[in-house]
Every structure is written in structure tokens, then in C-alpha cells.
Ligand binder design. Structure first.
Ligand SMILES: *[C@@H]1O[C@H](CO)[C@@H](O)[C@H](O)[C@H]1NC(C)=O
Ligand SMILES: *[C@@H]1O[C@H](CO)[C@@H](O)[C@H](O)[C@H]1NC(C)=O
Ligand SMILES: *[C@@H]1O[C@H](CO)[C@@H](O)[C@H](O)[C@H]1NC(C)=O
Ligand SMILES: *[C@@H]1O[C@H](CO)[C@@H](O)[C@H](O)[C@H]1NC(C)=O
Ligand SMILES: *[C@@H]1O[C@H](CO)[C@@H](O)[C@H](O)[C@H]1NC(C)=O
Ligand SMILES: *[C@@H]1O[C@H](CO)[C@@H](O)[C@H](O)[C@H]1NC(C)=O
Ligand SMILES: *[C@@H]1O[C@H](CO)[C@@H](O)[C@H](O)[C@H]1NC(C)=O
Ligand SMILES: *[C@@H]1O[C@H](CO)[C@@H](O)[C@H](O)[C@H]1NC(C)=O
Ligand SMILES: *[C@@H]1O[C@H](CO)[C@@H](O)[C@H](O)[C@H]1NC(C)=O
Ligand SMILES: *[C@@H]1O[C@H](CO)[C@@H](O)[C@H](O)[C@H]1NC(C)=O
Ligand SMILES: [Cu+2]
Length: 563
């Protein structure tokens, strides 16, 4: 009888799951990339999604787990997916950045991506890493502790994902600005979990709501998935206590408002300790670039207490710093500390590899016969150490692994090719023109690396959220103006620096990071402002093999997307 066989089979499954055998099979997620219709700001359009969802599904794992995500491309365009902040030890092939570690998954194809979690604990996220599709193709990753949190267990945990919404097709915004040489069109709304909120037309009914009980504590797992916006976030009448960032815990830091840059995550405790009522959680842009336009709208969600209260009165907006309040941002980031007592830190003391790199906005002269929308009819660009990165057409990891020549060079400069007052108010125009190239930096396995990111005031000084794949790193120093090794190194924090994967380099300032290059592979380093990476603010580290088997680049998986 067929059903008894089925019963026996189920019984065996049940037995093995109890025995812990079944549960050791890695968990699998099915991600179908496809278009879906969404109505926002009074109009309907098709957007690219995973499984039809915006934001996409949340991945929930235990610390140290390995999972597989089966990615099916049922869209019209090439795509890749990246697991932002997951270090992927010895596992660079499924990391995701297009033409860096893989060729894209073409329409109709599939790629099973192995995602290896190790020491991360807290909030991370995943997103598309090809053209501008990450605008809508993204979601949260929650990494639960094996035992306890370093703070009392919160009553509930709520992902808060910020994003940007364009009324027009994002693909068009992307192709148009690259063609015109100007800045991309600003978005029309900021969203919280896919919803713009009360202050935008046709958006009130969808506003995201968090239901709270008085006296309880909630963990808001914030992700900034916005393409081009740093955000200030605040909740009226409540303090926010930062307890983690980028998948690592921090010393509790109580604030009226926090800043979150593109690519960053912030774990924030909200104590529901006010008069039962409704309160706005609001966010809007921090945008300090002189003459740089931005989406200046305000997004809201509602924190509502469960006890009966007067719901016809509208909640009040919290105070948020001014859009140009550079000091508020500097004050916030420079106060974040790691938790070395609970999570032993090994901060590289003496670095054998020292890199200083400028981060600049640049401009190319317009090509003959074209009109360019950049400042002074130029074509905007950006660079690291004066090289504007040119993405190859075969991925760098494959070219490195199979020794394919001519795809990349190994001459990323270790220091700025030209020393000048990087943060001066007026800089000679001829410094604005960068070089084009596909240059990587090769690192010895286990090298202790220090990188100083130096923002410049070329074209327009602005903050840059610099993100490194394959590693977390310590932010040991953070300052305004020009970095000075003699003056600043002695003040580095080697005691309790925060451990992150994205550092907000201050406008016309610098940030110093340290990490150990103990992960063989090809790892992208880039600005997470999407317009900057599109203009070339990126480079690549190749970390060579170590001596052990598990320090050696494995062969690619058999279903690696072909070029
Ligand atoms: C971008 O803005 C310009 C000027 O407002 C407009 O003409 C153009 O259609 C916009 N592009 C897209 C893709 O919305
Ligand atoms: C936002 O920017 C627009 C266009 O530049 C401007 O007209 C408007 O006054 C600004 N709104 C706020 C709240 O700053
Ligand atoms: C509720 O708030 C509205 C608007 O502020 C007010 O008009 C109304 O009297 C209030 N109702 C009660 C029961 O307090
Ligand atoms: C910010 O901009 C306002 C005007 O929009 C100006 O009054 C203020 O001085 C600026 N603040 C800073 C710190 O630049
Ligand atoms: C780092 O260098 C300093 C001075 O050169 C030296 O005193 C110290 O012992 C070194 N530390 C380590 C961990 O090698
Ligand atoms: C624009 O170009 C002119 C002539 O080359 C130059 O004098 C001026 O300073 C430039 N302005 C900007 C903002 O680059
Ligand atoms: C660099 O420029 C800044 C801003 O104009 C100025 O304050 C500083 O003194 C300059 N530094 C040097 C070394 O000239
Ligand atoms: C960048 O390189 C170009 C071309 O070599 C040069 O003209 C320009 O001055 C350089 N700029 C800087 C800031 O190094
Ligand atoms: C590599 O292997 C060594 C010893 O076999 C082990 O101690 C270490 O944890 C392994 N590293 C990783 C990343 O698996
Ligand atoms: C999609 O990817 C393939 C493989 O890299 C490439 O040949 C093709 O040009 C890409 N298509 C587009 C539209 O970029
Ligand atoms: Cu940038």
C-alpha cells in the first residue's frame, strides 16, 4: 500500500531529524528573481523582486551555519546576488559581485550559492550586485546567537529596511545617467519595509507599523538598502540604543538619533517606556555634498502602543538633524565602540601592509560630438588613488584562477600618486581628471593590513561608505582633514574599535581600518553609494593561498555561471 510506504518514509525522516542527522543537511532557500507589479505614490509599475516580494525574503540563520540559496533568474536581464557582510571563508565563488567573482546569471539560468556564516552575529543583508537592480532586489539576514545576547533578550525583533523608490524604471535611471555623464535622477521616496509612509501621497494606508506593549523592549534590525542616501533615523519621544552594527555587537550607545549609511546595518533597542500613544519613526537624508541634489523627503513608520489610546490624533514627528549636519554624523560614528570583553578581538598591532587611498569624485572632458551633463559640461567619474575602475568582461576570480592574461593588472597604487592638500577648499581643475584602469592589489595570505581612506574635495567632498567583501575590519581611527601618520597613528583605538564591513569615511576627512588578510580569493572594495561605484570608486584585493588545505582557493562549483 503506497500510503504505508509514505508513512514509513516520514517516520524515518522524523527519526533522523531527532537523531540530528536530518538537521545537519544545510538549509536551502529558493530565490526566484522575477518582475512583480507594485503600486506606490499613486502609480503602478513593474519592479524586479525575489519571489515577488519588496523587500525580499528575510534569511534567518544560527551563528556559524552554512546554507544554500538556489537562485533562479526568471527576469529579463543578467543578475548576481551578494551576501553583504558574510565573510565566506575559503568560499569566494558565490560572493556575487558581477565580473569580479562571477559572470552574471543569465535569464533562464540558475546558480546554487553556498553561503558560509562564521563569526558574524547580528544583522546583515543580501542584495543584487549587478547594474542598479539592488534598488528593489534586497532583503535582511538575521544571524541569531547560539546562546545569549549581550543584552536582555528583546521581546521581539523587527527588520527595518530603508530603500529608495523611483516612480520611473530604475534601469532607465541607471542607463540615462551613465550616458549623460551627469548625476542620476533623485529618487521620489524613501521607504521603510517597502512603504513610504504617511507623508507621501497615496501612502497612508500601507504605512509600516510596529505594535508594542508598554514596558517591553524591541530590537529594531535596521538595514540601509538605499542606493545613494545616508539617513538620519529617530523615533519621537524615545531614545534609541545602538547595540550592534554590521553583524557585530557594540557597547550600548543611547542616542536621540542615529545615522546609517548605504550598506550599513544598525541593531537598535527601543524601550517602549512612554505614554501609550502612536509615535513616528522617521528617516530622511544626510547629504553634505556641495551642489549635490538629493531626495529630501521624509519617510515614516508608526510605533503604536497596544493599550487603548486616542488614535485620531496624529503622531508627532521626531527631531532629525539638518540635512547638512556633518558634525552630527561625525559625533555618532566616532562614538561607536566594540565589545572586546564578550567577543575577543584580535586587532592587528603592527601592520606589514600599509595602504593609503584617496577617494575622489572626478570629471572627464566630454567626448567630441557629445553633450555631457556633468559640472561645466564634463562627464562625472570617481576614483581610488586616481584610478577610475573599469569593470572587465570576464570575472577577475576566474581570470586569476585559470591564469587568463589581460583581464586585470596588479598595480593598484599603495599611496596616492600625487600628494596635495586633499581637503583644500579650492583645488586645481587639472587634478580632477583620473586615469582609467582595472588594477588590483595582491596581498600575502595572513598579511596584516592597514588602509587609510582619504576623502578629497575634488569636484565635491562628500562622505563615502566604503565596503569590503570577504572580511570584517576594525575602524581604528576617524578624523577630519588630511591624515597625518605621525600625528594620528598614536591616537588609534586598538582597545575597543568597532568591527564592521562598511565604514563611513567623513566628508573631507579620513578613516583608518585594520584587518588580517586570512581569506584566500578575490574581494571587492568599493563605495556603497551606487552612483560612485557606477563611476569607478572601487578596487579589488587578491588574497593569495596560505599553506593549509583550508587556506587554499577551492575550485569553482560545477554550476558556476559561464561568461
Ligand atoms: C530624469 O529627470 C529628467 C529631468 O527631470 C527627465 O527628463 C527624465 O525623463 C528623467 N529620467 C527618468 C528615467 O525618469
Ligand atoms: C526639497 O527640495 C525641493 C527641490 O529642490 C525644494 O523645492 C523643497 O523646498 C525641499 N524641501 C525641503 C523640505 O527641504
Ligand atoms: C482624540 O484626539 C482628537 C484630536 O486631537 C480630539 O479631537 C479628541 O477629543 C480626542 N478624543 C479623546 C477621547 O480624547
Ligand atoms: C546647512 O544649510 C543651511 C541652509 O540650508 C545653512 O543655514 C547652514 O549654515 C548649513 N549648515 C552647515 C553646517 O553647513
Ligand atoms: C609592534 O611594534 C612595536 C614597535 O615597533 C613593538 O614594541 C611591539 O612589540 C610590536 N608588537 C607586536 C605584537 O609585534
Ligand atoms: C569651468 O571651466 C572654466 C573654463 O575652463 C573654468 O574657469 C571654471 O573654473 C570651471 N568651473 C568649474 C565649476 O569647474
Ligand atoms: C588644506 O586646506 C584646508 C581647507 O582649506 C586648510 O584649512 C588647511 O590649512 C590646508 N592644509 C595645508 C597643509 O595647507
Ligand atoms: C590623475 O592622473 C591624471 C592622468 O595621469 C593626471 O592628469 C591627474 O593630475 C591625476 N590626478 C591626481 C589627483 O592624482
Ligand atoms: C583550518 O584548519 C585549521 C586546522 O586544521 C583549523 O584550526 C582552522 O579553524 C581552520 N580554518 C577554517 C577557516 O576553517
Ligand atoms: C549578460 O551576461 C553575458 C555573460 O557575461 C554577457 O555576454 C552579456 O553581454 C550580458 N548581457 C547584457 C545585456 O549585459
Ligand atoms: Cu562614495
Amino acid at each position: 500500500m503506497w500510503y504505508s510506504k509514505k508513512l514509513i518514509f516520514l517516520f524515518i525522516l522524523w527519526f533522523f531529524s531527532l537523531a540530528g542527522v536530518y538537521s545537519q543537511t544545510p538549509r536551502r532557500y529558493k530565490f526566484v528573481v522575477k518582475e512583480a507589479r507594485y503600486t506606490r505614490l499613486c502609480s503602478t509599475k513593474k519592479i524586479l523582486t525575489v519571489n515577488g516580494l519588496f523587500p525580499g525574503p528575510t534569511i534567518r540563520v544560527q551563528k556559524g551555519e552554512t546554507i544554500y540559496v538556489d537562485v533562479y533568474n526568471r527576469g529579463k536581464d543578467n543578475i548576481t546576488l551578494h551576501w553583504h557582510g558574510v565573510k565566506q571563508p575559503n568560499n569566494p565563488w558565490p560572493d556575487g559581485p558581477e565580473y569580479i567573482t562571477q559572470c552574471p546569471i543569465q535569464p533562464g539560468r540558475r546558480f546554487s550559492q553556498k553561503v558560509v556564516f562564521s563569526t558574524e552575529e547580528g544583522t546583515l543583508w543580501w542584495h543584487a550586485h549587478s547594474d542598479w537592480s539592488r534598488a528593489t532586489v534586497h532583503g535582511a539576514i538575521i544571524v541569531y546567537p547560539r546562546r545569549n545576547y549581550p543584552f536582555p533578550k528583546p521581546h521581539a525583533q523587527i527588520p527595518i529596511i530603508f530603500a529608495e523608490w523611483w516612480k520611473s524604471d530604475v534601469t532607465k535611471v541607471f542607463t540615462q545617467f551613465l550616458k549623460s555623464g551627469g548625476a542620476p535622477n533623485d529618487s521620489d521616496a524613501i521607504t521603510i519595509n517597502g512603504q513610504p509612509g504617511d507623508l507621501y501621497p497615496c501612502s497612508k494606508s500601507g504605512t509600516f507599523k510596529v505594535n508594542v506593549d508598554k514596558g517591553r523592549t524591541y530590537l529594531l534590525r535596521m538595514v540601509n538598502a538605499a542606493m545613494n542616501l545616508f539617513l538620519f533615523v529617530s523615533v519621537s519621544n524615545h531614545k534609541l540604543t545602538l547595540v550592534g552594527t554590521d553583524g557585530s555587537y557594540t557597547r550600548p550607545l543611547a542616542r536621540d538619533d542615529i545615522t546609517i549609511g548605504p550598506g550599513q546595518t544598525m541593531d537598535v533597542l527601543l524601550h517602549a517606556n512612554q505614554k501609550p500613544s502612536r509615535y513616528y519613526l522617521a528617516a530622511r537624508a544626510y547629504a553634505s555634498g556641495f551642489g549635490v541634489t538629493f531626495d529630501n523627503t521624509t519617510t515614516t513608520a508608526i510605533i503604536q502602543y497596544s493599550v487603548k489610546h486616542n488614535t485620531s490624533s496624529s503622531p508627532s514627528l521626531p527631531h532629525l538633524p539638518d540635512y547638512n549636519d556633518t558634525d552630527a554624523v561625525f559625533g555618532f560614528y566616532s562614538r561607536i565602540r566594540g565589545l572586546p570583553e564578550k567577543f575577543p578581538h584580535i586587532i592587528p598591532a603592527n601592520c606589514s601592509t600599509n595602504i593609503v587611498t584617496t577617494l575622489s569624485i572626478n570629471s572627464f572632458p566630454c567626448r567630441k560630438g557629445q553633450t555631457c551633463n556633468g559640472p561645466n559640461t564634463t562627464r562625472l567619474a570617481s576614483s581610488m588613488n586616481n584610478i577610475s575602475f573599469v569593470t572587465p568582461t570576464i570575472d577577475i576570480l576566474e581570470a586569476y584562477y585559470y591564469h587568463i592574461n589581460g583581464v586585470f593588472g596588479r598595480r593598484f597604487p599603495t599611496f596616492p600618486p600625487l600628494m596635495f592638500n586633499f581637503t583644500a577648499d579650492y583645488l586645481p581643475l587639472e587634478l580632477q581628471i583620473p586615469r582609467k584602469g582595472t588594477e588590483v592589489k595582491v596581498l600575502r595570505f595572513g598579511a596584516k593590513v592597514q588602509i587609510v581612506f582619504q576623502g578629497t574635495n575634488l569636484v565635491a567632498g562628500i562622505d563615502h561608505p566604503m565596503h569590503l567583501h570577504g572580511f570584517s575590519f576594525y575602524v581604528v581611527g576617524y578624523g577630519k582633514g588630511n591624515f597625518n601618520e605621525k600625528m594620528h597613528t598614536k591616537d588609534f583605538n586598538l582597545i575597543d574599535p568597532p568591527l564592521v564591513n562598511t565604514v563611513a569615511v567623513p566628508k573631507n576627512g579620513w578613516a583608518a581600518i585594520r584587518f588580517e588578510a586570512a581569506n584566500p580569493g578575490v574581494w571587492l572594495l568599493h563605495c556603497h553609494l551606487e552612483r560612485h561605484i557606477s563611476w569607478g570608486m572601487e578596487t579589488v584585493f587578491i588574497v593569495k593561498n596560505g599553506l593549509r588545505a583550508n587556506q587554499t582557493l577551492p575550485p569553482p562549483p560545477s554550476d558556476m555561471p559561464p561568461c
